[in-house]
Each structure stands twice: as structure tokens, then as C-alpha cells.
Design a protein around this ligand. Structure first.
Ligand code: AMP
Ligand code: MN
Ligand code: MN
Ligand code: MN
Length: 291
């Protein structure tokens, strides 16, 4: 089994890197990419991790800007020491901290103090809205993280702020120059119509992007088929990933992803010519699981 999209507590996941790889082994995953938001700290912490059961692949999920909209890119199998990439990630982390400060001040004015103290106790390197949602729940301002997003942090939320993320093209280029493969993450979560998504895929391919996430948690099989078709038409490869954040969301658990549709099975990202070249070592053949 393979899972190419997962988070630890260095971004907005609940598990430590060690707990994440232990869970992956328990669930029978053979290849795992940890893809924290704008952070590779988990990989640095696990730099001496060796297992005969699980191969750990370098990964990251970068928030980018494309025509004023936020689009997420997953980078895989890049060099963790590439300085252009580490500088880009530091910058993104700074933008995240500035946004948290901004929201914290707005909250304080609204009679909800204490965000900074709360965030200081977090193990994260990339602070996200999910942490802020956690604060709002723990302080009793809302009943759930979902509510925190709808009332305060989401598109129509009271404390909505947008971040000037790096450009999609820039992130793609940096990942490529760091030797990685670049994947367009969870395309149906952007509220783009078919034509806009087609244009995004074409811009992404033009910029040197490699693949599209075709199979991921919560994606309806019919949507997955349509996505597979569009991905093939764009001449891109197909990737898979659960986007695991926490064991509490059982429907997004590690490896809980459908097998790629037949029309793109041969274009699975692990058949990409640069894939095996970039792998640290070989493991037995892998197949994504069927839910
Ligand atoms: P950020 O990158 O800090 O802006 O936060 C985006 C992250 O927040 C996503 O990766 C999700 O993990 C989480 N998220 C976004 N929308 C929601 C929501 N409506 N409910 C819960 N979590 C969400
Ligand atoms: Mn997240
Ligand atoms: Mn994402
Ligand atoms: Mn993610």
C-alpha cells in the first residue's frame, strides 16, 4: 500500500512523526510521504529512520497562489537540503505566523484573548487555521473546529485573512529544481468548474508540474473517474494520498484511498521515469488499497 499525502504535528496533524510512521506500519503501508504544510521538519526529525516494512519518502504540501486563488501542491522525492526550497518554506512559515498574529489581535479586540499563549504550546513549525480553530474550541468560543471555520476562519468568517502565498509556477519550479516531482493536490476542493480546472492543469503542466491527485479521501468514484480523464488529457501523471491529519477522522485514515481507475493505472506516479531514480532504495511492488 502507498500513501503520498499525510500530516504530522509539525503542521496541522495530531501525531508526532514517530507516531505517524508507527501507525502507517500497523496499517500495512509500504511507502509513505509525509507532506506537512510548508514544513519538512518531520523529515529532519526522522532522518535516521530505517525500516524494512516502510519506506519514507520526502514530501511537503505548499500553499500557493494561482490567479488570486489558493492552490495546494504536493512535492515528493526532492532533496531535503535544497536551499532554494528551504528558504521558500521559511518564508511561507513566516507568512503563517504573521497571519496568526493578525488574527490573534482581531480576536483580542473582540474579547477573545489568549491565542498566542495557546500557540506557543503547540509543537508546530507551520501554524495553521486548524490550530486557531483548536484554540477557539478549547477556549469554549465554539463547539467544534468545523464551527470555528464557518463562523470565524473560513471564506465568510469574521476573522478571515488571506495570505500572499508564493506563485504556483514558482513553487513548481523550486520543487523541480530540488529534484522532486510536483503534484496538484485535491483538485475538487477548490470549487473550480471544469473549464477552470482544465486551465489550471494546463498552466501547471506548462510550469513543469508532473501529476494530479486522482484518488484521495472523500472523493466520489464518479468524480475520481472524471478527474482521471482530465489528468490523462492534460498529459499528467496520477497520484494518491489520504491527506491524513488525525486518527479521529477515520474516513481519512492512512491508506484509505481507492485504487486508481483503469484508464490511468499505467500513468500512476510511481511509474514516472524520475520516480525510481529518486527513490532511496527499492521495496516490493506497491498498490494503493481499495476501500
Ligand atoms: P491553512 O493552510 O492554515 O490556511 O489551513 C488549511 C487547513 O485547515 C487545511 O489543510 C485543513 O486541514 C484545515 N481546514 C480547512 N477548512 C476546514 C474546515 N472547514 N474544517 C476543518 N478543517 C479545515
Ligand atoms: Mn491541513
Ligand atoms: Mn491541502
Ligand atoms: Mn494536506
Amino acid at each position: 500500500m502507498i500513501d503520498l499525502h499525510s500530516h504530522t504535528w509539525f503542521s496541522d496533524g495530531d501525531l508526532s512523526p514517530t507516531a505517524l510512521v508507527e501507525r502507517a506500519i500497523q496499517l500495512g503501508i509500504h511507502q509513505l510521504a509525509i507532506t506537512d504544510h510548508d514544513s519538512i521538519a518531520a523529515h529532519n526529525e526522522l532522518s535516521s529512520f530505517i525500516s524494512t516494512e516502510l519506506q519514507l519518502l520526502s514530501g511537503v504540501e505548499i500553499s500557493t497562489n494561482w490567479e488570486g486563488r489558493e492552490v495546494h501542491l504536493v512535492g515528493l522525492l526532492f532533496d531535503l537540503n535544497n536551499t532554494a526550497l528551504t528558504s521558500l518554506l521559511s518564508l511561507q512559515q513566516q507568512l503563517r505566523w504573521s497571519r496568526a498574529e493578525d488574527i490573534g489581535m482581531q480576536m483580542e479586540k473582540a474579547g477573545m484573548p489568549g491565542l498566542f499563549n495557546y500557540l506557543q504550546q503547540m509543537p508546530c513549525e507551520s501554524v495553521g487555521r486548524s490550530h486557531i480553530a483548536g484554540y477557539l474550541v478549547d477556549a469554549g468560543h465554539v463547539g467544534s473546529k468545523q464551527q470555528a471555520f464557518s463562523k470565524y476562519l473560513g471564506k465568510r468568517g469574521r476573522f478571515k485573512t488571506s495570505i500572499p502565498w508564493c506563485d504556483l509556477q514558482q513553487a513548481t519550479q523550486v520543487l523541480r529544481e530540488a529534484g522532486g516531482l510536483t503534484v496538484l493536490a485535491h483538485p475538487d476542493r477548490y470549487d473550480f468548474n471544469r473549464a477552470r480546472l482544465k486551465r489550471l492543469m494546463s498552466v501547471f503542466a506548462e510550469a513543469g508540474g508532473d501529476a494530479v491527485e486522482v484518488s484521495y479521501s472523500n472523493l466520489h468514484p464518479e468524480k475520481m473517474s472524471a478527474l482521471a480523464e482530465q489528468t490523462m488529457q492534460a498529459g499528467l501523471w496520477a497520484s494518491v494520498g489520504s491527506d491524513f491529519h488525525t486518527p479521529a477522522n477515520t474516513w481519512m485514515d492512512l491508506g484509505r484511498i481507492r485504487q486508481l481507475p483503469a484508464n490511468c493505472a499505467e500513468r500512476a506516479i510511481w511509474h514516472h521515469p524520475r520516480w525510481s531514480a529518486a527513490l532511496p532504495a527499492k521495496l516490493p511492488a506497491v498498490q494503493p488499497s481499495v476501500v
